[in-house]
Design a protein around this ligand. Structure first.
Ligand code: AMP
Length: 179
């Protein structure tokens, strides 16, 4: 009984931020008990508006969920076209983000994510994308290649996230980001 009561309290904290029930289930399933400070600030703002947001917080403060949860909440799952791009400076971070997103969206029907990055078969990545994904997580150079090959079409993209934008600039991705 005590556990159930706790679950209720935790659930309502994420739901109070305005997230839908399926996403709250995903978050709950991960064992997140209450939103972190960056999540409390950013999630209601992103759910409420379509304005651009710059959020700054240290690594390990829950930034991935801060942008990931409202982003997934806003996607139209009835569409098979990719609606959101998440850019990451490294393959490792990109894979981590994609895995986190899959967990957040575990209880959402037809929610699919693809991670694409250099140093790995582009043909396989194109096949993955063609099967239909809602979100693509990409390193900048590989995304440019995929756009040039028309495997990623920008006209249906509604949201773009630059994760660790400062790091992407430090790593020399400015030309790719400008493109
Ligand atoms: P991040 O800053 O996104 O890399 O997250 C750091 C770690 O905190 C990851 O292992 C997340 O799974 C975890 N995390 C994120 N948000 C929460 C939360 N609200 N409660 C507990 N853990 C969380």
């Amino acid at each position: 009984i005590v556990l159930l009561r706790f679950n209720k309290i935790y659930m309502s904290e994420f739901r109070e931020l305005g997230l839908n029930q399926d996403i709250v289930r995903g978050v709950e399933n991960l064992g997140f008990e209450s939103p972190t400070p960056i999540q409390k600030k950013v999630i209601p703002l992103l759910l409420d508006t379509d304005q651009d947001v710059v959020a700054l917080a240290q690594t390990g403060t829950g930034k991935t969920a801060a942008f990931g949860l409202p982003l997934i909440n806003k996607l139209d799952m009835s569409s098979k076209t990719c609606q959101a791009l998440v850019l990451s400076p490294t393959r490792e971070l990109g894979l981590q983000i994609a895995k986190d997103f899959e967990n957040y969206g575990k209880f959402i029907k037809d929610f699919r994510v693809a991670a694409v990055y250099g140093g790995s078969s582009i043909d396989k990545q194109i096949r993955d994308i063609k099967r239909g994904v809602s979100v693509i997580v990409a390193t900048p150079g590989r995304l440019v290649d995929l756009i040039k090959r028309r495997a990623v079409k920008l006209d249906a993209i509604n949201y773009v996230v630059l994760d660790e934008a400062d790091e992407m600039l430090n790593m020399g991705f400015k030309a790719d980001l400008d493109f």
